[in-house]
Design a binder for this molecule. Structure first.
Ligand SMILES: [Zn+2]
Ligand SMILES: [Zn+2]
Length: 142
């Protein structure tokens, strides 16, 4: 395949993610939602394109620990998602793109202490986001 991202199915898939930058989609969702240029491409090429986009950092690939579904999120101008860590809110499911500078100190200590190198692309920290925390505080202290 020549021309990289100028191919119609790839542009259509990227455009679809750009329109919904805060939502995660499974490959099946994308195949069902993206129209004309992708209809010409078959389902397996949709999967291949999404996989390629995530390998190159345009999309964050994320497998849910509970239901094991793999979904994808647009990197949204945060730089390549295979180069930084992410945090997911366990209440609202929102994913945050983290700056590596914040984690560098901790990463250095982990290397010193355990000789262990972190793969940022696989790092998904779970917790509670600011908005959900505020909501919880309100219900707790009306
Ligand atoms: Zn990211
Ligand atoms: Zn939240």
């Amino acid at each position: 395949m020549k021309g990289g991202y100028n191919t119609a199915p790839t542009s259509a898939i990227l455009a679809f993610f750009k329109q919904n930058p805060e939502k995660r989609f499974t490959a099946r969702d994308v195949g069902n939602s993206v129209n004309s240029p992708v209809e010409q491409a078959n389902r397996s090429s949709v999967y291949r394109i999404i996989d390629k986009l995530s390998n190159e950092g345009f999309l964050l690939k994320y497998t849910d620990v509970n239901d094991k579904t793999t979904s994808y999120l647009y990197s949204e101008g945060h730089g390549p998602c295979n180069k930084h860590a992410h945090a997911k809110c366990s209440e609202c499911d929102k994913v945050f793109h983290l700056k590596n500078e914040i984690l560098e100190e901790a990463a250095k200590k982990i290397i010193d202490e355990y000789g262990f190198d972190i793969h940022y692309k696989d790092l998904m920290i779970t917790g509670i986001c600011k908005e959900c925390k505020e909501k919880m505080n309100k219900t707790r202290h009306p």
